[in-house]
Design a protein around this ligand. Structure first.
Ligand code: GTP
Ligand code: ZN
Length: 210
């Protein structure tokens, strides 16, 4: 492929650096910070209903932000060559995800559609969904998440093309701020055979709109 996403500035670094950027803090310090936040909003973190809340919240963070410790290339490492020469589009549609926006820490809830045109190897279908979650379980900008998914698939499979489309509702826009519930953000990235106007591109966009 002539112009790969990997060759574009930064996207490769962001996609594949599984090392946390932050300096780790202890669970105790993190829980104490949540207790401060509870006081900030006018609550009493020592009352019965809230006394376990910092610990619960930090446990939930382990789920919501699990993607920092995951390596997308390891997830995509198991590939199969015995697909009898199948060379058509492979599309996993409607991959539901929940992420958090990096500006407001508000939920981004949506669906990703991920397609590639294989060269000689295909990847297990579930791995496409897992790769979406690696990046969804980090603080995100939707544009970056779209690029990261495509970049990971391109790097792991060297396919003839990759196409990723994400549609989601940003709760920072629907429950606060501009207050526009129901509006959705749509982003897409295409590479290789999906990039130029032609049959693969049309097949992808028609399939995700269907
Ligand atoms: N491009 C992009 N913008 C996002 C995404 N998630 C949230 N935003 C926007 O990030 C912007 C942050 O703008 P700021 O002006 O710094 O923050 P704010 O004062 O809270 O803005 P409002 O949301 O307009 O109230 C907002 O316009 C959000 O809608 C995303 O994934 N991509
Ligand atoms: Zn936001």
């Amino acid at each position: 492929m002539e112009k790969t996403l990997l060759s574009r500035a930064q996207s490769g670094v962001e996609a594949f650096d599984a090392t946390p950027y932050y300096k780790p803090v202890s669970v105790g310090e993190a829980e104490a910070a949540i207790a401060v936040l509870l006081r900030y909003i006018g609550e009493d973190p020592t009352r019965e209903g809230l006394v376990e809340t910092p610990a619960r919240f930090i446990r939930a963070c382990g789920h919501h932000f699990a993607g920092y410790a995951q390596d997308p290339l390891r997830i995509l490492a198991t590939t199969f060559s015995e697909s009898a020469g199948y060379a058509g589009m492979i599309l996993l549609r409607d991959i539901r995800f929940e992420a958090f926006c990096e500006h407001h820490l508000a939920p981004i809830i949506g669906k990703a559609h991920v397609a590639y045109m294989p060269n000689d190897r295909v990847v297990g279908l579930s791995k496409l969904a897992r790769v979406v979650d690696v990046f969804a379980k980090r603080l995100q900008l939707q544009e970056r998440m779209t690029m990261q998914i495509a970049t990971a698939i391109e790097a792991a499979l060297a396919p003839r093309g990759v196409a990723v489309l994400i549609e989601s509702e940003h709760h920072c826009m629907s429950t606060r701020g501009a207050y526009k519930p129901g509006s959705t953000m749509v982003t897409s990235v295409t590479t290789g055979c999906f990039e130029a106007d032609g049959a693969p591109r049309r097949e992808f966009f028609e399939a995700v709109r269907a």
